[in-house]
Ligand binder design. Structure first.
Ligand SMILES: NC(=O)c1ccc[n+]([C@@H]2O[C@H](COP(=O)([O-])OP(=O)(O)OC[C@H]3O[C@@H](n4cnc5c(N)ncnc54)[C@H](OP(=O)(O)O)[C@@H]3O)[C@@H](O)[C@H]2O)c1
Length: 329
């Protein structure tokens, strides 16, 4: 396993980590969840990603039970939670959002579900236009000083919102966010490759990127026919299927990527994951898996990294034709 610094912080995070969205407490049994965590940990993964909203809190309960059972040394792994959407399907006012009340109560509830004394990372899962950023920043600072969270960050905030958070931190000598959790993959590039560019240097922003395989679309099974034999996330979530597979031009590009991966002796998943890892502003690529065999394949992607030569990267760019324009300073 390779370890990277989480932005300018001293925290070392495994280049591949494991998340629980859709899977834990929902698509997969608790036994499979446990096997996934063991497989990941044994391969050197030290970060497990979660959120209050995943399976309405059940994902954290499942992960917490597994962490307790396995009893790994607490200083060898990290766990996150995220607040914003709330835990219930129809949250009442103050059961969601980034106001002091929900952030504090959401943190306490996540600590209980995960059965830990502190969260290593706590994310603001989306920006909250109804709460002043100053209130959110002060709350996160206080949670750090109380020892309830160690590092904090944002997810899918825009560059302006992250900059505003840093403004309040500098103004009041508060502990600043170190990390953003954006979607990043071959089809979704703008935030990471253009919008955030000034933030990496200025604030030392790290990134824990999600859906590196576009919810599984960047895997062989959709192109070699094997998908017919199994129920996938696309079957569970119709809106996601429409978003991911409704665009024939996009699908044709992915078919070409599948062929390129084959020519270079690797599965499409490796091409997709290594392409993310090649970006030095990516601190960790969060993997998702509904089967142990998927995770095994994905963890091996580090071995394929040398195959993504400049020539292969140029061929990928030629297929994608979606390189975002860099921001002008
Ligand atoms: N901050 C946010 O807003 C946000 C949003 C989404 C996710 N996340 C985090 O990021 C993590 C990763 O995102 P993701 O789960 O969307 O990642 P992903 O890698 O894009 O998709 C994972 C899914 O793809 C399929 N898959 C993965 N590897 C495969 C392989 N080798 N062969 C065949 N199918 C494979 C599996 O689904 P099937 O078997 O069902 O096809 C698996 O559950 C999440 O668990 C969560 O922790 C954060």
């Amino acid at each position: 396993m390779e370890y990277r610094r989480l932005g300018k912080s001293g925290l070392q995070v495994s280049a591949l980590s494991l998340g629980s969205w859709v899977t834990f407490g929902n698509q997969i049994s608790d036994d499979v969840a446990e096997q996934l965590m063991i497989k990941a940990y044994e391969a050197g993964v030290n970060f497990f990603d979660n959120s209050e909203t995943y399976a309405h809190g059940k994902s954290e309960i499942v992960m917490g039970n597994i962490l307790k059972k396995l009893n790994w040394d607490r200083d060898t792994w990290m766990v996150s939670s995220k607040a914003f959407w709330g835990r219930t399907e129809n949250p009442k006012p103050n059961q969601k959002g980034l106001m002091r009340k929900h952030l504090v109560e959401g943190c306490h509830a996540a600590l209980k579900r995960l059965q830990v004394e502190y969260l290593d990372l706590y994310f603001c899962h989306r920006p909250d236009v109804n709460t002043p950023i100053e209130e959110t920043v002060w709350t996160m600072h206080n949670l750090v000083t109380q020892g309830k969270i160690l590092y904090w960050g944002t997810s899918e905030w825009n560059a302006q919102q992250i900059t505003e958070a840093h403004y309040w931190c500098v103004k009041n000598s508060l502990i600043a966010p170190v990390v953003e959790q954006p979607q990043y993959n071959m089809l979704q590039r703008t935030k990471v490759e253009a919008d955030y560019v000034p933030l990496y240097e200025t604030f030392g922003l790290g990134t824990t990127i999600w859906s590196p395989l576009v919810s599984g679309l960047l895997t062989d099974k959709y192109f070699d026919g094997s998908v017919k034999e199994e129920k996938t996330r696309m079957d569970l979530m119709a809106w996601l299927k429409e978003r991911a597979m409704g665009d024939t031009v996009k699908l044709e590009k992915i078919r070409k990527l599948y062929e390129l991966a084959k020519e270079n002796g690797m599965p499409l998943s490796h091409l997709g994951l290594c392409w993310c890892l090649k970006n030095k502003n990516v601190s960790t690529v969060i993997l998702g898996a509904s089967k142990v065999s998927q995770l095994e394949e994905n963890l091996k992607s580090l071995d394929s990294l040398p195959k993504l030569t400049d020539e292969v990267m140029a061929k990928i760019e030629e297929i994608l034709q979606n390189k975002p324009l860099s921001v002008a300073f």
